[in-house]
Design a protein around this ligand. Structure first.
Ligand code: P6P
Length: 287
């Protein structure tokens, strides 16, 4: 699959979108557990390992890609000349394979070597394997939605923004492990009859609903996991970058996720993304 555009960012996005149909088809027969764990200590699905290798081979060979890093591998692959640095969660929500629920591929294209802060992102996005395959991509401060089929992508919406009136909410982690302040905030959100619970266990499926309907998705800091579950480089930064480009906000509980300085490639970060007023109220609740 040759990448022909002289712009490495466009080539990375095009290569990922062209790979989506193949990844979707390749999930069949790869729903079992691999014998390995990822660097975060989570058991990998066969599909995790396979999709990661497919994307590593294709993306690291693109001119201008200096690094390929993945949630599924501890080491960074060094590419050629250094213009952009690509971080991927090849199959976000692969635990949903067993029950055939939504999953996604998440990507962040940074202009600094990894690990890098989200402020260094020049493009971000996700592929959503739902009833159909779609992509949302943020670049140059705007979000575009596509439908993908047969390796082709069709623009379905430009300048995507979160609706003003939030509708959906979804919060990860076991409720007994939530901090009291977060639990109180959830009670406030739940008590609004205008809001609906939407939590599917795959971040991309849940965040795409926030992008579409307005609302909030969070995987917060937990009493037994102070930095939550989601990874900064591969999950938190890309969705924060896209949601903020769509007029929403992100927070690690204190500040925009994009301002969080990474220490390690596989750092975790508490993730809260959604409508501005909901995130502002969250930060006040956690103060
Ligand atoms: P839980 C999937 O494993 C994932 O990394 C995210 O996609 C998702 O938001 C979260 O974990 C789900 O975690 O604890 O609800 O199973």
């Amino acid at each position: 699959m040759s990448a022909t555009d002289p712009d490495p960012v466009e080539n990375v996005v095009a290569t990922i979108s062209r790979s989506a149909t193949e990844i979707r088809q390749g999930l069949v027969g790869r729903r079992g557990k691999a014998d390995e764990e990822n660097p975060s200590g989570e058991t990998q699905a066969e599909a995790d390992v396979w999709a990661d290798q497919l994307l590593a081979d294709r993306l690291s060979s693109i001119d201008g890609v200096g690094q390929y890093a993945s949630e599924e591998r501890s080491e960074i692959i060094d590419g050629g000349d250094e213009k952009v640095y690509v971080a991927v969660d090849p199959l976000d929500g692969s635990s949903n394979l067993k029950s055939n629920n939504t999953m996604g591929t998440v990507f962040g294209i940074y202009e600094e070597p990894l690990p890098a802060p989200g402020s260094a992102l020049v493009a971000s996005g996700w592929i959503l394997y739902g009833p159909i395959t779609t992509m949302a991509c943020a670049r140059d401060g705007t979000v575009t939605k596509y439908e993908l089929t047969g390796g082709e992508r069709t623009v379905v919406e430009r300048d995507v923004t979160l609706p003003d009136d939030p509708l959906v909410y979804g919060f990860g982690g076991r409720v007994p492990h939530w901090h009291d302040e977060f639990r109180e905030y959830v009670r406030e959100i739940e008590s609004n009859p205008e809001h609906k619970l939407r939590y599917g266990g795959a971040m991309i499926g849940d965040v795409n609903q926030v992008l579409t309907y307005g609302g909030i998705f969070a995987y917060p800091a937990l009493e037994d996991s102070p930095r939550g579950k989601l990874r900064l480089q591969f999950e938190g930064n890309p969705i924060a970058h896209l949601i903020e480009a769509a007029g929403g906000r992100s927070s690690d509980g204190i500040q925009s996720i994009l301002e969080v300085e990474p220490e390690d490639l596989h750092d975790r970060v508490p993730v809260h993304v959604g409508n501005v007023d909901l995130i502002e109220r969250l930060e006040n609740a956690l103060e």
